[in-house]
Write a protein that binds this ligand. Structure first.
Ligand code: PGA
Length: 241
């Protein structure tokens, strides 16, 4: 894993965005894996700015999101469909039918997991996956204990994850208890991975990732087995390294 430490969150966002943009210029048909949460929003802002100023085009890009809550409609402000439209898709020229997110309202959720997994494979896999990390080491919504061989699946969200995400909901009770997430094996098949880590609440997780052992109890640790991972971490997140 390559570690890039930046002084600020803005610098982290700038550096990661610049690298994503240059990869899209090099391969306009990039299959781009996307993440939700607070961490990548700075990167998405910069992709939008660059699209407006420099006209970088996403017309041939396909995007694949990591996860979606189960039981929340696409129009709900807390769905990841809504988040992605608000924070990125509505502001760049990516055709909406080339943006892919698991459907957490599918009638048959097991079938939806199989479909999504196969769909990614049929598109040739993900070239570059953007990831955040949970305080408990989750990647996507793969909570501690998830098998490293997992494919897109239904996950019961950890209580700590529900609490962390309750800041977006009216109350903790409103936070879904389940999600569909790409599996760990699905994520590991990405040709390249950018892990974005920001803020002092992530310092322990980053230190455990860098210094700890590879274990299913700490899902992000699997990234040590991947050949092409870059971690972008700001000063606060790097405080315990
Ligand atoms: P965050 O979420 O970017 O909102 O901290 C990251 C994650 O839980 O994977």
């Amino acid at each position: 894993m390559k570690l890039i430490k930046t002084s600020t969150y803005e610098a982290l966002s700038q550096m990661a965005a610049a690298q994503i943009i240059s990869k899209i210029h090099a391969n306009p048909r990039l299959n781009l894996g996307l993440a939700t949460g607070s961490t990548p929003t700075g990167v998405y802002k910069r992709l939008i700015q660059d699209h407006e100023v420099n006209k970088t085009s996403y017309k041939q890009v396909n995007s694949f999101n990591l996860d979606e809550y189960i039981g929340i409609s696409k129009k709900d402000h807390n769905s990841y469909h809504y988040f992605m439209c608000e924070n990125l898709f509505d502001h760049i020229d990516i055709p909406i039918d080339q943006t892919h997110i698991p459907d957490g309202t599918a009638e048959n959720l097991d079938e939806e997991c199989r479909r999504y997994e196969q769909f990614i494979q049929e598109h040739g896999g993900i070239d570059l996956q953007i990831l955040g990390i949970g305080q408990n080491g989750h990647i996507g919504f793969n909570e501690p204990g998830t098998s490293f061989t997992s494919r897109t699946h239904i996950i019961n969200l950890a209580e700590s994850t529900r609490k962390a995400n309750s800041r977006f909901f009216e109350s903790l009770e409103d936070v879904p208890t389940q999600a569909i997430t790409m599996g760990i094996a699905s994520i590991m098949e990405s040709k390249e991975i950018f892990l974005l880590v920001s803020g002092d609440s992530k310092a322990e997780a980053l230190a455990r990732l860098v210094n700890g052992e590879v274990s299913e109890q700490f899902p992000a640790s699997v990234l040590k087995n991947h050949k092409n991972v870059t971690i972008f971490a700001d000063k606060e997140a790097s405080a315990l390294l």
